[in-house]
Every structure is written in structure tokens, then in C-alpha cells.
Design a protein around this ligand. Structure first.
Ligand SMILES: C[S@@+](CC[C@H](N)C(=O)[O-])C[C@H]1O[C@@H](n2cnc3c(N)ncnc32)[C@H](O)[C@@H]1O
Length: 381
């Protein structure tokens, strides 16, 4: 048995947990090693099992408590820590928000006292879900394995109850009978199986259609507050470039502020639907281009645009995209990011092109998990 296999069988006893760090972990030190622990609270003394090792660091999960802290609450989900979705069900949601704000402030110290927060219901917020199905078992995978935890499809508290297995109509149950990946999304007319069907919904009076397989934000309660915050950064008659636009949701919703928009995105069907959405909303001055933003140069037509909205995947913007924004006539950049680390990296780089952060907002799209969205407004003269 090699060292890693040995470590994965180990239980470390009486470990004192240190401070909260990124990704839902607390940090501890043991036998000269750094150990990241999930499921504990700083100051608690616990036994942990090791889940994963790298050369420098070990990762573990609490399995027994020796001394608990008074802020621990009783966990409301039988699959907490075994399904790998949530990181914070053992503390209050208020405390989770305080931790997330403080971790974000660690990356942007100047914003420590001026970060704002958009949050909503801590449960039932997911408007889509991806269940796995194997031998008639349906649910999320257990953490670090391909075994299914079938309790999750009956119970998961982050998911809108309409997407739980027992609440699905007979018609949908029949359609997904033999499917390995069950991808469900709430739509205006019910539930769509979103790798096979399109989704349609309204954001106030704006109608949005997402193609099969297209991206859509998952927190049904915070979509409008997030979009309204973006709109608050826009004046009227703006010329806008929207990068990583998906099916065009941000610009379509912000139509009252926009005179002309060019959207860029690499998923061809999303581009087709962005164009259809613009027509359905009677926005003739909107156009969309299918391009790989990590490989292809930014089209010259964008270089004169003064307001840019970017909403990239977790990898953030590339050096080339940052440089293009720097060279362009962009004066206002609205950046919505699902990864604070790549946002921090990109904002440091964009500062070298004269941009300054004017507003920073934590949008808690993913309560009870360690994930969150960050909205940043950057400006330059
Ligand atoms: C976080 S989503 C944002 C979508 C859109 N703003 C929304 O809220 O619906 C990121 C988008 O980037 C797109 N994308 C991923 N890689 C890309 C690339 N290399 N070039 C252009 N777009 C890309 C994805 O298809 C996805 O639509």
C-alpha cells in the first residue's frame, strides 16, 4: 500500500480546527502537514477521516466531535457531507454569509467595509438539477465516488421541490426512465429536460428562451435582484458589448438602458437563441456573434464600445481579453464572476489598464455551498 492509500484509511483524532478558509474548509496542522477539513467549525476538536491527499496538503471530513462550539446548529439534511454539495449546513445561514463576505474581503481588503450583499432564501433556490441514474437509483453521486445517494433526489433542500423525483409527473418520469443523466430545469410551462428540450421563462416582461444544453443561472430567487443591480450601473442609450452572453439574458433584461448591443458567445445554439430572443423582444439593434473568446481576437467592431458586460465561466477572462478591454474605448466594465479567485486575478490586471473598482457585491447564488457570485463595477476616465 502506498502512502496515499495509507492516508486514505487514516482517522486523525482530536484535531483542533483553525480558521475558516476558502471552499468551505477550516484549516489545521498535524504532523507537519496542512489539513483542510470540511464539516467543522473553528475551535472545535474533532476526529476526521482523510478524503484526498496531495504532496503538500491533506483534505478531510469530520466524523466525530470531541468538543463542539455553541454556534453549531443541527443539520437538516441526511446527506450533508456525504453528497458533497453543501458545505455549511452545520452553521446558520447568517453566519455563512458573514464567512463568505470575510473571505471575499480577504481578496479585496480595500472593500472590507463597503462590500454589499444580495441574498435570498437559503433553500429551494435551484431552478435546475442534474440527477444521476444507475440501476434504478436516482440522485447525486456521493462525494468522491460514482455511487448514488438516492436520498438526495427525494430530499435535497437546495433544489426547488418540483424537481424532486417523487414530485415529477408520470409523463416526465416516463421520459427519463432509461436516462443516465437526468437534467431538469423549471420553465414557464412546467419542467424541461434541458439536454433535450428548450426552456422558456419570463423575467418581468422580457421573454427568454434557452436552447437545449444552453447555460442558465440557477438561483431562481436572485435572478431579478442580480439583473436589477446590473441595470443600476447602466444609464440610458448605452452602447454595450456583452461577452460570454449565453442566450443573451443580461442584455435582454437591461433593454431599457441599451441603445445598441453586440453579444459574444461560443455555443452556437445559444447564439441562435440570443438572436431569436432579441427578435421576440423586438430589439432590432441587438446582434450576436459566435466566437471562441479564449482563442479568437475580439472583433474590431467592439473596440469603440464604452460599456462592457462580462460573465465568464469559472476560468475568468484571459490575458488577451483583458488586454483587448484595456486597448478598447471601454470606460465602464461590469464583471459578474462565479469564481472570486479568477476575478481577483483579472481585476489586478485590469487595474494596470487604468480601471478602478467602483462597486463590489457578493451575490449569494448558491446558499449552503461554498460557491458565490461576485458582481464588480469597474470604471476608468
Ligand atoms: C456564466 S455563463 C454566462 C451566460 C449568460 N451571461 C447568462 O447569464 O445566461 C458563461 C457563458 O460563457 C460561454 N463560454 C464558455 N466558454 C466560452 C468561450 N471560450 N468563448 C465564448 N463563450 C464561452 C458559455 O457557453 C456560457 O454561456
Amino acid at each position: 500500500m502506498n502512502n496515499e492509500e495509507l492516508a486514505l484509511r487514516m482517522v486523525i483524532e482530536d484535531l483542533e480546527l483553525g480558521k475558516w478558509v476558502q471552499n468551505g474548509f477550516t484549516i489545521s496542522h498535524w504532523d507537519g502537514r496542512t489539513i483542510f477539513v470540511i464539516g467543522g467549525i473553528p475551535g472545535e476538536i474533532v476526529d476526521i477521516k482523510i478524503d484526498k491527499t496531495t504532496k503538500q496538503e491533506w483534505f478531510g471530513t469530520v466524523i466525530r466531535f470531541k468538543q463542539t462550539k455553541s454556534n453549531r446548529i443541527s443539520v437538516d439534511c441526511p446527506s450533508f457531507l456525504s453528497c458533497g454539495g453543501c458545505s455549511y449546513r452545520h452553521i446558520s445561514y447568517q453566519e455563512e454569509l458573514t464567512i463568505k463576505k470575510s473571505l471575499l474581503a480577504d481578496r479585496f481588503p480595500k472593500w472590507k467595509d463597503s462590500l454589499s450583499l444580495i441574498s435570498g432564501s437559503e433553500n429551494h433556490y435551484r431552478n435546475n438539477v442534474q440527477w444521476k441514474q444507475k440501476k434504478k437509483e436516482v440522485g447525486f453521486y456521493k462525494k468522491g465516488s460514482h455511487d448514488i445517494d438516492s436520498r438526495t433526489s427525494q430530499f435535497c433542500l437546495t433544489v426547488d421541490p418540483r424537481l424532486l423525483l417523487s414530485n415529477l409527473s408520470k409523463e416526465i418520469q416516463n421520459k427519463i426512465k432509461h436516462t443516465k443523466d437526468i437534467l431538469l430545469r423549471l420553465s414557464h410551462s412546467g419542467i424541461s429536460i434541458y439536454d433535450r428540450e428548450e426552456t422558456e421563462f419570463f423575467l418581468k416582461e422580457t421573454i427568454i428562451r434557452i436552447p437545449k444544453g444552453g447555460f442558465s443561472q440557477i438561483n431562481q430567487f436572485l435572478l431579478i435582484p442580480w439583473l436589477d443591480k446590473i441595470c443600476s450601473y447602466l444609464s440610458t442609450n448605452e452602447m454595450v458589448a456583452e461577452l460570454f452572453c449565453g442566450s443573451g439574458m443580461i442584455g435582454l433584461y437591461a433593454q431599457k438602458h441599451i441603445e445598441k448591443l453586440i453579444g459574444l458567445e461560443s455555443h452556437p445554439l445559444s447564439i441562435k437563441f440570443a438572436n431569436l430572443n432579441a427578435s421576440a423582444n423586438n430589439l432590432k439593434q441587438y446582434s450576436y456573434i459566435c466566437t471562441n473568446l479564449y482563442k479568437d481576437p475580439i472583433p474590431v467592431s467592439l473596440m469603440k464600445v464604452s460599456t462592457w458586460i462580462v460573465n465568464p465561466p469559472r476560468s475568468g477572462l484571459s490575458k488577451d481579453i483583458n488586454a483587448s478591454i484595456g486597448k478598447s474605448q471601454c470606460k465602464k466594465l461590469i464583471y459578474s464572476s462565479c469564481n472570486a479567485a479568477t476575478l481577483q486575478r483579472d481585476l489586478i490586471e485590469l487595474e494596470t489598464f487604468g480601471f478602478q473598482i467602483e462597486d463590489l457585491v457578493l451575490v449569494d447564488f448558491f446558499p449552503r455551498t461554498h460557491h458565490f457570485e461576485v458582481l464588480a463595477l469597474l470604471v476608468r476616465d
